[in-house]
Design a protein around this ligand. Structure first.
Ligand code: D41
Length: 668
């Protein structure tokens, strides 16, 4: 009996490992997500009922485990060497010369070249096919034991299976680079900003930070991935070349970068470098160069190593995305929550092909720590699509005229008091009606994940607030076309488009609506969690702190923030006014059920079963629009008793005409 269960668990584990590999590494799933979930649930149920069946290599063990006190350190059986760097072709050709001279070789040497991932180097140790330990590179000799964290990476095999190309070795030490793909990195940072947490400066820092978590349940939530590029000690598996070794790793289901250039002479490798450099922005991850390796392992052995790096490998680095420039001025920006962010205005400089003229300095402490002054020559860097940042001041270039930065005691926009609460990195303007805050709140309100109002750009929001036409986002729904059309560089047509976009945005899902409000600590994700739990605005408005805290992902910080926001009379008034203006937050399902989306109705004459405003509301609930006059853009004319000239016009244009009974049939 127990043997049967054991066998069943083993089968499920094996199937899940395979599907996991097909899905995450090869991106070629064979079964649906639902089928995968079903297998996973079956295994989880089995393991819950019989905990003795849980093996460390079970796919259920990727979710993380309770926190460690600290990381143990472990010695690498074979040191993890570092790489010598080259920065131009000349240095690469000199490397090839050196290799040939050392080997006394006349004919050309074959190299394998691979993208150099900009991540964190790690070592994974497998014993009899099971992942036993994983560690960081550390100083090359000893690293930190991060097995639980590495286990959470979906593409890391937990158990190896025999293949004709590579039988499972009794011991295998695999080396690779852990990284976070760029889109996932952007999302991660966006989430952190929404939660009021500091964003990571670049994907590598985010990767290092994620691997350094003592609580692997946090690591499990980070979008880590890995490419394997080498081995340490291996028992029970042999290969003649670096390329063959990579193929064996691939056969054992390790993720190996598909862009590796196998076995080519140095000229071809240089051509490959140019291609890689040209196309580096098309890749979904950051690379900082290319690694060139002598392919033949016997030759590698002959070449050996000098001090800390092998003689058979070379890192040909990409030109840096760091540059030096001068800080012209340190400005202070006021954000949506009033947070004051110091920003360095720079002498424009091209960094990795993009002109940079401003860089964030994060906050007061950061400037103090780095001692960055107006007038300083500084090193700046751009990582992926992240806002450029100032790395450090080059103090040797100081002339004595540089000015130390002080956070202003009053808001640079509205002059109100600035307050920095204990334990917070940000100083904040205390005036909730500060025009800078109002503008940022409205921009957030109209942004893609929120009301998604097309055509309401930064400049326009600026003008509308400065002219006193908007004091809060609720005012958007009370704008009149004439005053919008009266703004600078606002044509009649753009004004109409904006008014239409605002009207369309009134049909909104609850999740987007909650997100749009700009409640502190309520990012897109939490907003949708709230929407799914409460299903209506009323239900959320009357939710108690206990009801909020009862939700899995919501703690005291979010709960308090939501309560404080909804109890604020000003916020209550704004919400009420939006509802009065016809803003209709509803569940996702209801929004999806928009039978009249894209249709424009014109009403004429009196209706029997409802008033005209009621008919209008019905149409809008179903995603349709109501317009006052008939044009070619009109989809349907609803004609009641005693219709006016609109009906004649509709007939002339050959539009569809509905009577009340037909209309009722459609809308119900
Ligand atoms: O992609 C990389 N970051 C990468 C790093 C790579 N593709 N190959 C590498 N090969 C080596 C040797 C040749 C020493 C085995 C490496 C590294 N080392 C490396 N990563 C961090 C320090 C050294």
């Amino acid at each position: 009996m127990n043997e049967d269960l054991k066998k069943k668990a083993a089968e499920l584990r094996q199937a899940l490992h395979r599907h996991n590999y097909l899905y995450y590494v090869l991106d070629e799933p064979e079964v649906s997500d639902a089928e995968y979930d079903r297998l996973m649930r079956e295994l989880t149920a089995l393991e819950t009922a019989h905990p003795e069946l849980v093996e460390p290599d079970s796919p259920t063990q990727r979710v993380g485990a309770p926190p460690l006190e600290k990381f143990e350190t472990v010695a690498h059986t074979i040191p993890m060497l570092s790489l010598e760097n080259a920065f131009d072709e000349e240095e690469v050709l000199a490397f090839d010369q050196r290799v040939r001279r050392f080997l006394k070789a006349d004919e050309k040497i074959l190299y394998t070249a691979e993208p150099k991932m900009d991540g964190v180097a790690v070592e994974l140790v497998y014993e009899n096919g099971l992942l036993r330990q994983a560690s960081t590179r550390g100083d090359g000799y000893t690293g930190e034991l991060i097995t639980l964290n590495i286990r959470t990476i979906k593409t890391v095999p937990l158990a190896l299976v025999n293949t004709p190309l590579a039988p499972v070795p009794s011991r295998l030490e695999v080396r690779g680079e852990v990284f976070i793909p760029l889109t996932a990195f952007k999302q991660l940072n966006k989430g952190r900003l929404d939660q009021g947490e500091a964003p990571f400066a670049n994907p590598r820092n985010a990767t290092a930070g994620s691997l350094r978590q003592l609580d692997s349940r946090i690591t499990a939530k980070r979008p880590l991935d890995i490419f394997c590029y080498g081995v340490g000690r291996v028992t029970g598996l042999e290969f003649a070349s670096h390329w063959k070794m990579l193929e064996a790793l691939r056969a054992l289901r390790f993720p190996v970068n598909p862009h590796i250039k196998p076995q080519a002479g140095i000229e071809e490798i240089l051509i490959y470098y140019k291609k890689l450099l040209d196309r580096r922005h098309e890749f979904s991850y950051e690379m900082d160069g290319m690694v060139i390796k002598v392919d033949n392992l016997a030759l590698q052995k002959k070449l050996g190593e000098k001090s800390r790096s092998p003689r058979w490998a070379l890192a040909y680095k990409f030109p840096p995305t760091q540059e030096t420039t001068r800080v012209l001025k340190i400005d202070v920006q006021v954000g949506r929550t009033g947070a004051l962010t110091p920003v360095a205005l720079l002498e424009p400089v091209s960094v990795g092909g993009v002109t940079v003229s401003r860089a964030t300095l994060h906050n007061e402490d950061e400037i103090k720590r780095k001692d960055i002054r107006a007038g300083d020559t500084v090193l700046i860097q751009r990582a992926g699509d992240v806002i450029p940042e100032v790395v450090k001041a080059i103090t040797t270039k100081r002339t004595g005229t540089e000015r130390v930065f002080h956070m202003p005691a009053t808001c640079p926009v509205c002059g109100s008091r600035v307050l920095r609460l204990e334990g917070e990195a940000a100083a904040r303007c205390v005036n909730a009606n500060c025009p800078a805050q109002v503008k940022e709140r409205i921009k957030h309100f109209a942004s893609k994940g929120a009301f998604d109002i097309d055509g309401l750009g930064d400049k326009l929001v600026g003008q509308l607030v400065d002219k006193g036409l908007l004091r809060s986002y609720a005012d958007l729904f009370f704008l009149d076309k004439a005053s919008v059309a009266g703004l600078d560089r606002m044509a009649e047509k753009s004004a109409r488009n904006l008014m239409d976009a605002i009207a369309r945005s009134k049909q909104i899902s609850l999740g987007r609506f909650f997100y749009a409000l700009g409640i502190r600590h309520v990012g897109e994700h939490i907003a949708h969690v709230l929407a799914r739990r409460f299903k209506s605005l009323d239900a959320l408005m009357s939710a108690t702190a206990e009801a909020l805290m009862a939700i899995d992902e919501i703690g005291p910080r979010v709960s308090e923030s939501v309560r404080a926001f909804l109890e604020n009379p000003e916020n209550q008034r704004n919400i009420r006014r939006m509802l009065e203006a016809g803003v209709m937050p509803k569940t996702e399902e209801a929004v999806a059920n928009q039978a009249l989306a894209g249709m424009t109705f014109v009403l004429t004459g009196a209706l029997e079963s409802m008033t005209r405003p009621e008919a209008k509301a019905r149409i809008e609930t179903l995603g349709g629009k109501v317009s006052a006059s008939v044009s070619r853009k009109t989809t349907c004319v609803l004609a009641g008793r005693g219709p006016g000239s609109k009906l004649d016009k509709a007939r002339q244009l050959g539009l569809r005409i509905l009577n009340e009974a037909q209309f009722i049939e459609i809308v119900s």
